[in-house]
Design a protein around this ligand. Sequence first.
Ligand SMILES: CC(C)(COP(=O)(O)OP(=O)(O)OC[C@H]1O[C@@H](n2cnc3c(N)ncnc32)[C@H](O)[C@@H]1OP(=O)(O)O)[C@@H](O)C(=O)NCCC(=O)NCCS
Length: 173
Amino acid sequence: MATRKKKRAKKPRRPAFTVRKAMLKDIPILVHQRRAMWRDLGAREQRELDRADEVYAGWARSRMKSGTLVGWVAESEDKVLGGGCVWLQPVQPRPGYKLMIQPYLLSMYTEPRYRGLGVASGVVEKALDWCRSKGFHQLRLHASEMGRKVYLKHGFQRTWEMRRRIKKLREDS
Ligand SMILES: CC(C)(COP(=O)(O)OP(=O)(O)OC[C@H]1O[C@@H](n2cnc3c(N)ncnc32)[C@H](O)[C@@H]1OP(=O)(O)O)[C@@H](O)C(=O)NCCC(=O)NCCS
């Protein structure tokens, strides 16, 4: 008896990709990734997303220029697969830590077609290497549900940060 084989959705072959530092001319890519990240986290208001793009572009540009935002872009040939950024965030002074800045990983995004292939991992590794090379002691982030496994795999641990809601934001975890 002839058996009919089920047609499987085509998964892209594991692409050979490189992760490079983002430059100012990559800001449109970083803005796209940020918007797409929020969209995947549930943001749906087009006008709010448009406004946020504009604000983020300016925010990122000034920080990239001053060296307080560093981005990475994962690409394969001419295709951008994903990326992420480290922001040197101002923090309060504390004993034993002279710097009043801490690195914070944000805007992690992989294009849906290339998920599960190690793209975000490649960006996390670059970000960690960069933080080590600058002498930082830790890298912080707020993990989305989708991102948790990626970060756990790279040695991130949950901390004791707490939050008391004053007002609920629509797409927030
Ligand atoms: C989260 C995200 C960046 C992960 O990107 P990615 O390139 O697919 O991640 P990787 O391929 O490096 O995955 C690393 C590990 O996490 C696992 N993983 C990735 N996404 C996962 C998911 N949605 N659910 C469960 N596990 C997941 C992978 O299986 C992999 O583990 P393995 O190597 O043991 O299989 C991507 O899903 C995304 O862009 N999501 C939408 C935006 C978002 O949530 N960004 C993170 C904000 S903190």
